[in-house]
Design a protein around this ligand. Sequence first.
Ligand SMILES: [Zn+2]
Length: 69
Amino acid sequence: MLECKICGKKVSRLLSHLKKTHKMSKADYEKLFGSTDFVSPELRLSLTAAAYRHIKQVELNLSKSSKRR
Ligand SMILES: [Zn+2]
């Protein structure tokens, strides 16, 4: 599991936790805490390759849209 550095909660999907609980994007979090793994190793292992590709694509889209200001 990953630990949210904001509230200390253990989560498996940090990205969705950030969005839901803290209304933050990946970029906001990385600004505060530096580059972070957003999917826990345990969860990554349990994902199918397709699901993993989907998550990477979502992360890519998020980082693209956060660069646009
Ligand atoms: Zn949190």
